[in-house]
Design a protein around this ligand. Sequence first.
Ligand SMILES: CC(C)(COP(=O)(O)OP(=O)(O)OC[C@H]1O[C@@H](n2cnc3c(N)ncnc32)[C@H](O)[C@@H]1OP(=O)(O)O)[C@@H](O)C(=O)NCCC(=O)NCCS
Length: 147
Amino acid sequence: MALALAELSSDNLPGVIRLPPAPGEKSTVAPVAWSIAEAYVTPTAWPRAILDDDEVVGFVMANWDPDSEIEAFRGGIWRLNVADEAQGRGIGRFAVEQIAAEARRRGYDKITVLWEPGADGPEQFYLKVGFRITGELFGETVGELAV
Ligand SMILES: CC(C)(COP(=O)(O)OP(=O)(O)OC[C@H]1O[C@@H](n2cnc3c(N)ncnc32)[C@H](O)[C@@H]1OP(=O)(O)O)[C@@H](O)C(=O)NCCC(=O)NCCS
């Protein structure tokens, strides 16, 4: 595997948009098209395609907003979607490590993520890659990772 994060481009956009869940599909996570629309109207959003060589295998969006009134929104992972067929190969972990590295470059000492609680959600993944649960916000679990 040759994993890398890439800015969104006309080349990788079709692959990014095809990642699950599809718009209209019942899911606890947002369709990537929705995330990209949010990024368009949110100057602090930091959306990236996750590539394996030239193939899109995922999408991650951070938010860097150090002045946010809500501490959990100051810096961290906003969205993370790995292609179904690419799950379980370390791509999610790679994305977290890359966001942690970007956070360090920006002077952060921790990143946060919010996830939907429940056995079928990403909680075990986030705990496995080092996040610890620090609370709850808007019905979601808040996790924090020192970087
Ligand atoms: C959650 C998600 C991002 C994980 O990505 P992934 O590429 O499959 O995860 P990785 O292969 O990097 O896994 C890293 C570790 O977490 C573990 N892990 C991943 N998903 C897990 C799960 N559902 N239950 C238990 N452990 C899990 C892996 O076994 C691995 O452990 P290891 O390092 O000891 O082998 C991916 O499953 C996904 O996109 N899910 C749907 C969307 C979603 O829930 N996004 C998060 C929204 S906040």
